[in-house]
Design a protein around this ligand. Structure first.
Ligand code: XIL
Length: 301
């Protein structure tokens, strides 16, 4: 039978989902996970607060469970995320400047070394650009350590795990806009200066079932034209029915039209698994049955 993973594989793409280790006792959940998906992103288990709850004391058991389970099922893993202004452990709030920078580097070195050779890609830096419409960096404790924090994060990740693709990941970068252009300018600069970067992730949390930005594909293409891979990393689309299904299909078509778009990940399995409470943005209903959007995704491949 056709699955999301096999449909994508027929076009040399992967189809992934975010997964949460605490749900692995749910047989409906794991049944869909194992059947449909060829890539897995730990939804929270690799974040800074989960992996380094006390400074320089690392905790990998939940993330290891996901990685081991994926491996046993022939699925690959996207690591998410090494450096981010959210979901930091409490102890980082008392650090700044060189101490925080050193803590970030130590974190990245430890986590990327722990998973060395086991991951398809890392979201090295997540959500570092502002939504204020001028393409600037987001203000954060990490940004306050110096504008070079992102390239330091990428160089540190490369040194620790030379085989993982290193991605920059963000939201509201789905069309050509000031924020995506800020990211584009950074990627171009990194490539020109030899800062290691292999891919850009577009979260694609789409807030309306109505059409995507009309330049969604063109935006993916302009990044691909720089020489990096592009991936849809956290896809979910508000709404239901035909409007939602059509937008899902259009995301697939845009990825297929961009040679360097290597795969699509949805941010959860059933609507009830979504972080967007009160919405129904995923491909399976609360009972685990495929929705119209699921059929549209399969058909679009
Ligand atoms: C979300 C998870 O889905 C939730 O379980 C958690 O409470 C908060 O984070 N952008 C990201 C993801 O990069 O890590 C976020 O995941 C959703 C927004």
């Amino acid at each position: 039978a056709t699955t999301l993973g096999s449909a994508a594989a027929a076009k040399s793409r992967y189809f992934g989902t975010a997964a949460a280790a605490y749900k692995f006792s749910d047989a409906v959940y794991t049944g869909i996970l194992d059947r449909e998906f060829t890539m897995v992103t730990p939804e929270n288990e690799m974040k800074w607060d989960a992996t380094e709850p006390s400074q320089n004391s690392f905790s990998y058991s939940s993330a290891d469970t996901i990685v081991a389970r994926a491996k046993a099922n022939g699925q690959r893993v996207r690591g998410h995320a090494l450096a981010w202004h959210q979901q930091q452990p409490g102890w980082t709030s008392s650090l700044s400047g060189t101490a925080l920078r050193n803590a970030m580097v130590n974190h990245i070195t430890n986590v990327a070394t722990h998973y060395q050779g086991q991951l398809y890609a890392w979201d090295v830096v997540n959500e570092a650009f502002s939504d204020n419409g001028d393409g600037s960096r987001r203000s954060s404790n990490l940004q306050n350590t110096g504008n070079d924090w992102i390239e330091v994060a990428f160089r540190t990740a490369r040194a620790a795990d030379p085989s993982a693709k290193l991605c920059y990941n963000d939201y509201n970068t789905d069309g050509v806009n000031a924020k995506s252009t800020g990211v584009y300018t950074m990627v171009k600069d990194f490539l020109a200066r030899g800062v290691p970067i292999d891919c850009v992730g577009f979260q694609s949390h789409i807030n309306s079932a109505s059409p995507l930005p009309s330049d969604y594909q063109a935006n993916l293409q302009r990044f691909a034209d720089l020489g990096v891979e592009v991936q849809i990393t956290e896809l979910d689309i508000a709404g239901s029915g035909t409007a939602q299904a059509t937008t899902y299909a259009n995301v697939v078509k845009a990825c297929l039209a961009v040679t360097k778009c290597t795969g699509i990940t949805v941010w959860g399995i059933r609507d009830s698994d979504s972080w967007r409470s009160g919405d129904t943005p995923l491909l399976f209903d609360n009972n685990g049955n495929p929705k119209q959007a699921y059929d549209a995704v399969i058909a679009a491949f």
